[in-house]
Each structure stands twice: as C-alpha cells, then as structure tokens.
Design a binder for this molecule. Structure first.
Ligand SMILES: [Zn+2]
Length: 75
C-alpha cells in the first residue's frame, strides 16, 4: 500500500490484541467486557485469529515511518 501522504511504499505489519478482535471505537464507547466480541458501535478491523503463533487477534496494518502514520483496513 502507498502512503496517502507522501506516496512511498508502506511497511506491512499488524496490530495485536489478546482476546478481542482489534476494533476502532468512537470516543465515549467502551470495549465489550466479553471476550471474542465486538462492541455494537465498534468498527472491527480486518482480523485474523492466530492461536499458536501470536496467541490472539491480529489486524493487518500499514506503517509509514516518514509520516509516522498507521493505516488499518476495516471489515
Ligand atoms: Zn508517508
């Protein structure tokens, strides 16, 4: 993915979360207290669950070190 700010190629990586899918929440919203669930007004990122390797959820994310920005696609 090209960085939308500078146009350079972004590094591919991930954001990890242990027992809940990685999600974006609006200000004021609380994450669910129940494991493996998304809050009603949460926006899940593209998650994969990897038990053995990362032991939790990982969401694909791209990083531009020049602009210091992370972009993560949503479901
Ligand atoms: Zn950039």
């Amino acid at each position: 993915m090209k960085c939308p700010y500078c146009g350079k190629e972004m590094a591919v990586g991930y954001i990890h979360n242990h027992s809940q899918p990685v999600q974006w929440l609006p200000n004021g919203a609380m994450p669910s207290r129940i494991k493996w669930t998304i809050t009603d007004n949460g926006v899940p990122l593209k998650n994969k669950y990897k038990f053995f390797k990362e032991n939790g959820y990982i969401a694909e994310a791209f990083y531009c070190k020049d602009c210091r920005i992370v972009i993560a696609p949503a479901e």
